[in-house]
Design a binder for this molecule. Structure first.
Ligand SMILES: [Zn+2]
Length: 96
């Protein structure tokens, strides 16, 4: 577990979302508390493992393994959905 130096509570991971409560940016937190990790070892390993599994499965930009067509389709779909969401948001702003 890691401890948030500001509220002194234990977390598996301290993210910007949490630091928002203290009105602190991750960058500033790191500068202020350079010896306080933002992620506990166990969580880090789990993240690392899942990233490695993901890379093994789909290839990563570093390994040079080409991505499968399905994966590329998924990326395209995500990009499409995101721009759609973006579009909707802007349209909503125009209406309001
Ligand atoms: Zn905190």
């Amino acid at each position: 577990m890691v401890i948030c130096e500001i509220c002194k509570k234990e977390y598996k991971i301290i993210m910007q979302q949490h630091l928002d409560k203290h009105n602190v940016l991750v960058q500033d937190y790191k500068i202020k508390y350079p010896n306080s990790p933002l992620i506990c070892e166990e969580t880090r390993n789990r993240y690392k493992e899942s990233t490695e599994n993901y890379n093994k499965k789909y290839g990563s930009p570093n390994t040079g393994v080409p991505k499968s067509k399905k994966h590329i389709d998924n990326i395209k779909l995500a990009a499409k959905n995101r721009s759609r969401e973006h579009y909707e948001k802007h349209r909503l702003l125009e209406i309001l």
